[in-house]
Ligand binder design. Structure first.
Ligand code: UD1
Length: 336
C-alpha cells in the first residue's frame, strides 16, 4: 500500500509523513520546497527509521508529476501542497489560484490517468468564513472571505464533482482548525522564512528573544478576557487524523468533510500564559487593534471525525506549547 503525499516537506506534511511511516504505510512524497526544506524529510526518515522516496517536483509540472505516478504504484493521495497565507492571497490572488487550484487540477488529471481515486485533502476551517454559530458543524454554509479560503472551497467542490462523476472515487475533506506545536522529538516543526504570522510560532519567537513582544490583536472581543478564542490542535493529533482519514477513504466511496479540531477553545492570553509556564520565560505582549478579518471565536464540532474516522485529538495546549518550545530551542534557526 503506497500513498503519495504532496507538500510532504512542509509543516503539516512532515508530521503526516512521519505518522504514516510509523503506521507502516509506504510513503512517496513530492514538494517544490517553496516554503519548506529538504532537511525536514531527512529528519522524518531518521525519526521513523524508514526510507521514503521524495521528489523535488511542482504540481504544475505535468510531466514530472506523471513520472512520479509511473514510478510508483499508488493507492491514494494525501494532498497538502499549497500556499497558505491569507494576507499574501489578498495581495496576489492569481498566484494563489494558479498554484493552489491549477496545480490541484493537474494532480487530479494525473490521478485519473493512473486510476488513483482515493484522496485525503487538506482543507481549512477558513472555508466557513464568519460562521453564524459555534461550534462549527460541517453542514455550516461555506462562505470564505479571502482568496486563500476560496481556493480551498473551490477544490472541495471540484472533488465533490469528481466523486459524483466517478462513484469509485473516495475523498475526505479535512478542515483544519489551528494546527500548532511540533513532534515530541523536537526534531521537526514549523519552519519560517521571515516573521511568523500565526500566534503560536510568533509567541515562540518572542520567548526565544528573536522578537520583542506579542501583539495581541483585539482585547474587547465578547470573550471572557476580551481576546480572540481559537481551537488549537496539536500537529501530531492533526497528522494522526490523516492516517485515520486514509484508512477511511480506502474502505469507502463518495466525498465527505471532517473538522479536525478539539472542540475546546483558548484565548490569545491563555496561550501566552501556557507558553510562559512551559518555557519558564516571561512573554512580553502589547494590546493592539483587532486584525481585519478576524472573528471573536472559532471552534470545531469534531463529532463527525470521532464517529466516522474513529479519531479524536488527545493532546492539550500545554503539550502543544512544550513541543513548540522544544523544537525552537533545539533548532533556533529552524532547518537552516
Ligand atoms: C489563520 C488564518 C487561517 C489559517 C490559520 C492556520 C487569517 C485571518 N486566518 O487563522 O486562514 O487556516 O491561520 O494557519 O490569517 N493573534 C494575535 N497576535 C498575533 C497573531 C495572532 O493576537 O501575532 C491572534 C489572532 O487575532 C487570533 C489568534 O491569535 O485570535 C490566532 O491567530 P492565527 O494563529 O493567525 O490563526 P487564525 O487567524 O485563527
Amino acid at each position: 500500500m503506497a500513498v503519495l503525499v504532496t507538500g510532504g516537506a512542509g509543516y503539516i506534511g512532515s508530521h503526516v509523513c512521519l505518522e504514516l511511516l510509523k503506521a507502516g504505510v509506504e510513503v512517496v512524497a513530492v514538494d517544490n520546497y517553496r516554503n519548506s526544506s529538504p532537511e525536514a524529510v531527512q529528519r522524518v526518515k531518521a525519526l521513523a527509521g524508514k526510507e521514503m522516496p521524495v521528489y523535488d517536483a511542482d504540481l504544475l509540472d505535468k510531466d514530472r508529476l506523471a513520472a512520479v505516478f509511473a514510478n510508483h504504484p499508488l493507492n491514494a493521495v494525501i494532498h497538502l501542497a499549497g500556499l497558505k497565507s491569507v494576507r499574501e492571497s489578498v495581495e496576489k490572488p492569481l498566484v494563489y489560484y494558479e498554484n493552489n487550484v491549477t496545480g490541484t487540477l493537474v494532480l487530479f488529471e494525473t490521478m485519473k490517468r493512473f486510476g488513483v481515486g482515493k484522496m485525503v485533502f487538506s482543507s481549512s476551517a477558513t472555508v466557513y468564513g464568519a460562521a453564524a454559530s459555534m461550534p462549527i458543524h460541517e453542514d455550516a454554509p461555506i462562505r470564505p472571505v479571502n482568496p486563500y479560503g476560496r481556493t480551498k472551497a473551490m477544490i472541495e467542490e471540484i472533488l465533490r464533482d469528481l466523486c459524483f462523476a466517478d462513484p469509485s472515487w473516495s475523498v475526505a475533506l479535512l478542515r483544519y482548525f489551528n494546527p500548532a506545536g511540533a513532534d515530541a522529538s523536537g526534531a521537526i516543526g514549523e519552519h519560517h522564512r521571515g516573521v511568523a504570522c500565526n500566534l503560536v510560532p510568533y509567541i515562540t519567537q518572542v520567548a526565544a528573544g528573536s522578537l520583542q513582544s506579542v501583539n495581541v490583536y483585539g482585547s474587547d472581543y465578547p470573550t471572557p478576557d476580551g481576546t480572540g478564542i481559537r481551537d488549537y490542535i496539536h500537529i501530531t493529533d492533526l497528522a494522526l487524523g490523516h492516517v485515520k482519514a486514509l484508512e477511511h477513504v480506502l474502505r469507502s466511496t463518495g466525498a465527505k468533510a471532517y473538522n479536525l479540531g478539539t472542540g475546546q477553545g483558548y484565548s490569545v492570553m491563555e496561550m501566552i500564559r501556557a507558553f510562559e509556564q512551559v518555557s519558564g520565560r516571561t512573554i512580553p505582549y502589547t494590546l493592539v487593534d483587532k486584525r481585519p478579518g478576524d472573528v471573536a471565536r472559532c471552534l470545531a464540532d469534531p463529532t463527525n471525525a470521532e464517529r466516522e474516522l474513529q479519531w479524536r485529538a488527545r493532546r492539550g495546549i500545554h503539550e502543544m506549547c512544550a513541543d513548540a518550545w522544544r523544537w525552537q530551542t533545539n533548532n533556533p534557526s529552524g532547518y537552516a
